[in-house]
Design a protein around this ligand. Structure first.
Ligand SMILES: Nc1ncnc2c1ncn2[C@@H]1O[C@H](COP(=O)(O)OP(=O)(O)OP(=O)(O)O)[C@@H](O)[C@H]1O
Length: 238
């Protein structure tokens, strides 16, 4: 974990993501990104100059109308001294059985976000940390550009005034392969998603597009990310 903590902290400091006495809910899906985020934040909590609390929240979509098995995450949370909250939902039932959504991902993400925000508030948190990394940022930037003709991305920090809660994305200075390596090194307990739509997303195509671009422009990822900061895109800045 120490190997990634430098960049992790640099991102937090640059975008002032943590204030004294923050209570931060980490959205934990069970995937590698949010597990690494959870452990990195819990580790930082132990020596960061500003005191803050970390909690973990999993929104259980109830795939196939059955509860997910998050026992290994529960054990991890006990080990790193983090309170763990699992929120039962009917996401799977609503999206795949009731509505039989042809494009389930965006509705699911929207509903899931609302549930995480409410759950964080109910548990006394003023911030929510999400596991987006640098690859997610440049992929989102390109998807918005190519599909919508728009310059934009999610922001490193977003204050949601209606809910009075702030979203932070502390892993933006890490690339996906750095996060994946940290996950392996720490032997974190990935809970494999049972989502029927997993892996067949637009994002996968964009990932492959960027991998191909890298053959001609080896540092295209850093250039794209740098352009977002230099161009002050969506709250990114230099
Ligand atoms: N079911 C969930 N419960 C709680 N938080 C979630 C859940 N699903 C996603 N999140 C949060 O939203 C972030 C972005 O969601 P997304 O589906 O893009 O995840 P991802 O990039 O596949 O990351 P991960 O490897 O953590 O699953 C996650 O990193 C996590 O912080």
């Amino acid at each position: 974990m120490d190997k990634i903590l430098g960049k992790f902290r640099a991102c937090i400091d640059k975008y002032n993501m943590i204030e004294e006495n923050d209570c931060i809910a980490v959205g934990v899906s069970g995937g590698k990104d949010s597990l690494v985020l959870l452990c990195a934040l819990a580790r930082l909590r132990d020596f960061y100059p500003k005191k803050f609390t970390v909690k973990a929240i999993t929104v259980d979509p109830y795939f196939e109308n059955k509860p997910g098995n998050y026992q290994s995450i529960k054990e991890l949370c006990e080990k790193i001294n983090v309170e763990y909250i699992i929120r039962k939902t009917s996401l799977y039932n609503i999206i795949f059985e009731d509505r039989k959504e042809p494009n389930p991902c965006s509705l699911c993400a929207r509903m899931r976000r609302g549930i995480i925000h409410n759950c964080a508030k109910e548990n006394g948190c003023n911030k929510i940390a999400l596991g987006h990394h640098g690859d997610d940022a440049i992929e989102t930037f390109l998807i918005n550009l190519f599909n919508g003709g728009k310059i934009g991305c999610f922001s490193p920090v977003t204050y949601l005034s209606r809910k009075d809660i702030t979203l932070i994305r502390p892993m933006l200075y890490l690339w996906e392969n750095e996060v994946a390596n940290a996950c392996k090194r720490e032997n974190l307990p990935i809970v494999k998603s049972k989502c029927p739509a997993d892996g067949v997303t637009e994002r996968q195509n964009t990932k492959e597009y960027i991998t191909n671009l890298e053959k001609t422009y080896p540092d295209i990822k850093a250039k794209l990310f740098g352009a977002m900061e230099r161009g002050n895109v969506s709250g990114f800045h230099q």
